[in-house]
Ligand binder design. Structure first.
Ligand SMILES: [Fe+2]
Length: 177
């Protein structure tokens, strides 16, 4: 699919890093007894920007069209997560973190192909995409919701958010990916 969409290498690398983070979080949650569908997280994380390359010319909402693209190909569950990777339909939708929350949050910890803090990533998003006052308000709302999401996810993990990068560095690549 990445090939079919002529996915540029830098977005492939971004997607792979988002996938590593998401699977690391999956495994950490599993250690606390919170079980999510790992295969679903893996597929959605790798494919979350599937229509982003063409969005540069079409101006389409790549979260929405990425979700539609995957649903039409017969992967509606993956599509649902991809559709929500920029903004979740609802935060804290269930008692426990779910697959869509993990992919959404992981994407917000990866800038290009590096792990950054939520603040750094959101700062980048606000500067790059929030070109109007309304978009800035929206971005700040997402920022606030993402911080709450971070707290929720890490309440089940033995590390703090700022330890993500070092923790991932000692996790074998093959296991996470
Ligand atoms: Fe995206």
């Amino acid at each position: 699919m990445l090939k079919a969409m002529a996915m540029p290498l830098h977005i492939q690398n971004h997607s792979r890093m988002v996938c590593r983070v998401a699977l690391f979080l999956c495994d950490g949650l599993a250690g606390s007894g919170v079980v999510v569908n790992r295969d679903l997280v893996r597929a959605a994380a790798l494919l979350h920007d599937i229509t982003k390359p063409r969005s540069f010319t079409t101006g389409e909402n790549h979260a929405l069209t990425g979700g539609q693209y995957l649903s039409r190909l017969g992967f509606p569950e993956v599509g649902e997560i991809v559709r929500q990777h920029v903004i979740l339909d609802s935060y804290f939708a269930g008692k426990l973190p779910n697959e869509a929350e993990l992919v959404n949050y992981s994407d917000k910890r990866v800038l290009h192909d590096s792990i950054v803090s939520l603040d750094d990533r959101m700062d980048y998003i606000v500067k790059r995409y929030a070109t109007t006052a309304a978009l800035q308000r929206k971005a700040r709302r997402v920022w606030r919701d993402s911080l709450a999401l971070e707290k929720r996810i890490f309440s089940y993990l033995p590390i703090e958010p700022d330890q993500l990068s070092e923790s991932l560095a000692v996790t074998p690549y093959a296991k996470s990916h």
